[in-house]
Design a protein around this ligand. Structure first.
Ligand code: NDP
Length: 399
């Protein structure tokens, strides 16, 4: 059906690329392009031999001219951005210059300011519309599947949704005292930032990890979870009619919290450069270099993830509650694509988002968050491609 240029070749891209190759009727031809070409070549060597044609390239995705040259030579139908949030705008610029559709999994974040917001990418709306190209923002799990779940709940179960609690539980154990399940720099920037939630039309900000709850997750058990700021709150607050409150909770074990606190206390999570022996280094980037590569956690991680949304609202004038979630097993993911479940739960929806553009289902010029699109075909694809969803009409609520 089409050609996809996939930028980045880390944990998430590894899964998405595996899945593109499983879905070769749609992904006839893919190019894997990243900063370190040897990683792209190693993945190609593993996956070659199927029906999807694979090529590789080296690209610096911070450089618009390089990206434009690569897109002009390969001529993809869609660019799937699985590099880091810092590269979102340069890749969107290159897509505009070449009139190519764009899909990503995380919103733009300036490297020198750990603040992620949609405003930079929403600024491209008119330009994408005029160019006749589609951008789908946030096609991972959260953001991503959480937005699709919200659109599905609104379409099929509610007249209005008033409350959304997004619960992200990782019950996996990798055996290290401290490691992150996706890019350590991005992960630590996210969890050390102030928490916030949306209530009655405004943001309520909290100290980092200040709000803690316990929840008994199906197939995982009782876990501590903490309220975080998360990017999909910003777009769901605009796109869900009647919304009164949206919160996001993520589970963390005690060892993770203790290590993080200690690293924070000594300044290792700072993004302010310091002078070390005549060289400027960013403590968080140095820490990242010390931590295990998330892509290496696959063989040693056991347990399950359970991620989903609890919706409360009204249907035909009656109060209604609805919980949609997915349970994913780390070791099953590893057996299938040699990855742990965090990369898997992000890489599968990334492939599906690109498929929705390639097959024309979601082609709509402009820049769109995922919950703005019709969710039904995406929900079917989740069941088909490895992230089946479950529903509960009487879940325990979070106070
Ligand atoms: P990794 O660090 O494992 O991979 C990032 C990849 O991008 C690496 O291959 C890296 O190259 C490449 N890269 C970085 N900078 C550049 C550049 N300037 N030019 C070209 N390539 C570059 O990260 P993950 O796979 O864990 O995460 C990928 C994305 O997915 C991130 O944006 C993350 O925020 C997002 N994510 C989204 C989730 C969701 O649910 N929505 C959940 C988890 C992650 P190199 O190999 O040389 O380092």
């Amino acid at each position: 059906m089409g050609k996809a240029l996939i930028i980045g070749c880390g944990g998430v891209a590894g899964v998405a690329i595996n899945k593109c190759c499983q879905n070769s009727d749609v992904f006839e031809d893919i190019m894997i392009a990243s900063r370190t070409k040897s990683k792209c070549d190693a993945l190609k060597a593993k996956l070659d031999g199927g029906k999807t044609r694979i090529s590789t390239a080296k690209v610096d995705a911070d450089n618009v001219d390089e990206l434009v040259a690569l897109i002009n030579s390969y001529k993809p139908d869609v660019v799937l951005n699985l590099a880091l949030p810092y590269q979102d705008l340069t890749i969107m610029d290159a897509c505009l210059a070449t009139k190519t559709h764009y899909v990503d999994t995380a919103n733009y974040e300036p490297i020198d300011n750990a603040k992620f917001e949609y405003k930079w990418q929403w600024d491209y709306r008119e330009r994408f519309e005029k160019a006749g190209i589609t951008a789908i923002l946030g096609s991972g799990f959260d953001p991503g599947v959480t937005g699709v779940y919200s659109a599905y709940a609104l379409k099929h179960h509610f007249d209005e949704i008033n409350y959304i609690d997004i619960l992200d539980c990782n019950g996996g154990d990798h055996g290290y005292p401290f490691a992150t399940n996706f890019n350590p720099e991005i992960n630590i920037r996210e969890v050390t930032a102030n928490g916030s939630y949306w209530e009655d039309g405004k943001w309520i900000e909290t100290e980092p990890m200040a709000i803690k709850r316990e929840y008994d997750f199906k197939s995982v058990g009782m876990k501590d979870m903490y309220l975080l700021h998360h990017e999909e709150i910003e777009s769901l607050a605009l796109n869900m009619p009647g919304i009164k409150r949206i919160r996001f909770f993520m589970t963390f074990g005690q060892s993770y919290i203790t290590h993080l606190k200690c690293l924070e206390n000594v300044g290792m999570t700072s993004i302010e450069p310091i002078n070390y022996e005549g060289k400027q280094i960013v403590p968080l980037q140095f820490l990242r270099a010390m931590l295990p590569d998330p892509a290496s956690l696959g063989p040693r991680t056991v347990g399950k993830t359970n991620i989903g949304c609890i919706f409360r609202g009204k249907k035909d004038g009656v109060d209604k509650t609805y919980y949609l979630y997915n349970i994913c097993d780390h070791q099953e993911c590893y057996r299938e694509v040699e990855s742990q479940a965090i990369s898997y739960t992000t890489g599968v929806p990334a492939m599906i988002g690109a498929m929705m553009v390639l097959n024309g289902n979601w082609v709509k010029p402009g820049v769109h968050n995922i919950e703005e699109m019709d969710p039904d075909a995406f929900m079917d694809a989740l069941n088909k491609w490895g992230l089946p969803w479950e529903e509960d009409f009487a879940p325990v609520l979070v106070d």
